[in-house]
Design a protein around this ligand. Structure first.
Ligand code: CU
Length: 186
């Protein structure tokens, strides 16, 4: 039964894969949920709360049971960047959205392992587009880690192209470790 279900879910997800929905600005809740659960391994995302941001506020699309929260990608934006995060990352994302200082109380883990990835700045947490010096490029599918003390990030690479994990938004209150699952696109 579970196997049949997962095959059905796979078929459904591939039917709404990002390249088909470029230009389509809205999804049904079912489409949002199907996309959001691809952000993490299914044993996590199948029991996660699925939510989305509406006018800066989190809105629950499906209640979960395991403390993880997944959000769909924005189909109106380039790329595919759903995420599944723990409580620390959730409060970090809240802080980021309101441009407040994040309060990280313990190590946080987030999954963004869906195929595709999405473009963004590696230096400016609030960048919306490329500038000559904001290292705008594709972030590959990845796991991301928050630390409680920025000193723990000292000495880690800060560029995507270093060939392994790196610190994104280094030197800002939003610095965190990116653990890529694929090489960054050139
Ligand atoms: Cu990420």
């Amino acid at each position: 039964m579970y196997r049949t279900l997962s095959i059905l879910v796979l078929v459904f997800v591939s039917a709404i894969s990002p390249h088909r929905v470029v230009g389509q600005a809205t999804w049904t809740d079912a489409q949002k949920i199907a996309n959001a659960v691809t952000a993490a391994p299914s044993f996590i995302s199948q029991n996660a709360t699925i939510m989305e941001w509406q006018n800066g506020k989190p809105v629950t699309l499906r209640a979960g049971t395991n403390g993880w929260m997944c959000t769909p990608t924005n189909p109106a934006k380039e790329g595919n960047e759903p995420m599944c995060v723990d409580g620390e990352w959730m409060s970090f994302m809240n802080a980021l959205r309101s441009k407040a200082a994040p309060q990280v109380k313990r190590v946080g883990v987030g999954y963004m392992i869906a195929p595709g990835g999405a473009p963004g700045s590696n230096t400016d947490p609030f960048a919306k587009e490329a500038t000559p010096d904001n290292e705008w490029a594709y972030d590959p599918p990845h796991v991301m880690v928050l630390v409680t003390d920025p000193h723990e990030l000292e000495g880690m690479p800060t560029k995507r192209q270093n060939g392994g994990p790196w610190v994104m938004w280094a030197g800002t209150p939003y610095a965190h470790i990116m653990v890529p699952l694929a090489p960054p696109k050139k």
